[in-house]
Design a protein around this ligand. Structure first.
Ligand SMILES: [Zn+2]
Ligand SMILES: [Zn+2]
Length: 68
């Protein structure tokens, strides 16, 4: 069980350009990059299609990497 995620400061989002820097919170990355789900605590690679990353309200992820 994850108690505290140092990678994303428990915000569950990291900077896409700096995957070890939180994208939200007090230590949020200021590079202006897009956010990415924290690979440690916000993984969404399961088989359940409803297992999507938690997203900040109103936030839309630009995801064009996966081919269908
Ligand atoms: Zn960054
Ligand atoms: Zn995390």
């Amino acid at each position: 069980m994850i108690r505290f995620c140092a990678r994303c400061d428990n915000t569950r989002w990291v900077c896409e350009n700096h995957p070890d820097v939180p994208w939200l919170g007090n230590r949020a990355c200021s590079c202006g990059g897009a956010g990415a789900p924290c690979p440690v605590c916000n993984r969404a690679d399961g088989d359940d299609p409803e297992d999507v990353p938690d997203m900040p309200e109103g936030f839309v992820v630009e995801s064009g990497r996966r081919t269908t």
